[in-house]
Design a protein around this ligand. Structure first.
Ligand code: BEZ
Ligand code: FE
Length: 293
């Protein structure tokens, strides 16, 4: 066999022939990644036994996925999301000690550099939807409050849209806020009760979901990024457990520990005490950050 210890390519030895050609790379991590992908991809192809037409259909799907992507729209990430790969990468990279709050996907709708608001501010700039008071504490693993934690929060409006999806309809920075905790670790602000919404489904990933009999919806949630000196940054959400899609999130982002209670407060004394105009939703949720040590 001379220079070809694995022999020429056959159906049986396909994996060995291909991986033998990457053994000499100077990039060991790349060799490891391509080796694993080759082994698993060849195993999948051997299990599936695609026809030439099916293989071409897969190529066309990936081509459409690329064509749908630009600086704003990332169809490949959506594909990763609906296959559970984004959540798996997130889980592998965010193994937390027991007692620390869990992470979930960032999603495409975060906006950097939102101006900081005073604690207690109302981030619902157009006053639409059901008022919602969100409050809790940012704690360390021992239960002590974290001073100076930056809380970056964003959510949809009552119609299930982020401000960036409705430019000219919602005010800029609507339902987005940045807050900083004081020595008591307490945070509180007003928003509007979020609604479930579809992930962008007007492209090949949406068509794939349809063909699989899956819906594109994410249950109502609030996004958080929590950053404090000496602690691991936490990218997470809290979810409405009563949402109709709570058990079938299109991107698998729900975790038991991220379910919060969205209580409707009708008690006139509470309404007066919070200086609300009428009944409001209240969500109380503490977050626990793991330290970096
Ligand atoms: C989001 O929650 O904003 C999101 C996450 C993944 C895909 C699309 C949207
Ligand atoms: Fe979201």
């Amino acid at each position: 066999m001379g220079d070809r210890p694995q022999g020429y390519f056959t159906e049986e030895n396909s994996t060995d022939v291909v991986t033998s050609q990457i053994a000499d790379t100077t990039e060991p991590r790349l060799a490891e990644v391509m080796g694993a992908i080759t082994r698993h991809l060849h195993a999948a192809v051997k299990e599936i036994e695609p026809t030439q037409e099916e293989w071409l259909q897969a190529i066309k799907f990936l081509t459409k996925t690329g064509h749908k992507s630009d600086d704003w729209r990332q169809e490949f990430i959506l594909l990763s999301d609906i296959m559970g790969v984004s959540m798996l990468v997130d889980a592998i990279n965010n193994r937390k000690p027991s007692g620390a709050s869990e992470s979930t996907v960032l999603g495409p709708f975060h906006v950097p550099d939102v101006p900081q608001s005073p604690m207690g501010a109302n981030i619902c700039l157009d006053g639409k939807g059901h008022p919602m008071l969100i409050k809790g504490r940012i704690l360390d693993i021992e239960g002590a409050p974290i001073d100076g934690c930056k809380i970056d929060v964003w959510q949809t409006n009552d119609d299930g849209f982020y401000d960036v999806q409705q430019k000219g309809i919602q005010p800029d920075f609507n339902l987005r806020g940045v807050f900083q905790t004081g020595a008591d670790g307490v945070y509180h602000f007003w928003g509007a009760k979020p609604r479930f919404y579809p992930i962008p489904d007007d492209g090949p990933v949406g068509q794939l979901l349809g063909a699989l009999g899956r819906h594109p919806f994410r249950p109502a949630h609030l996004h958080y990024i929590l950053e404090a000196q000496g602690f691991e940054t936490l990218v997470t959400h809290i979810f409405d457990p009563d949402d109709e899609y709570i058990h079938s999130d299109a991107v698998f982002g729900v975790k038991e520990s991220l379910l919060a209670k969205f209580d409707l407060i009708k008690d006139p004394k509470r309404i007066a005490a919070e200086q609300a105009d009428g009944p409001f939703y209240e969500v109380i949720h503490d977050f626990v950050l793991a330290d970096t040590a």
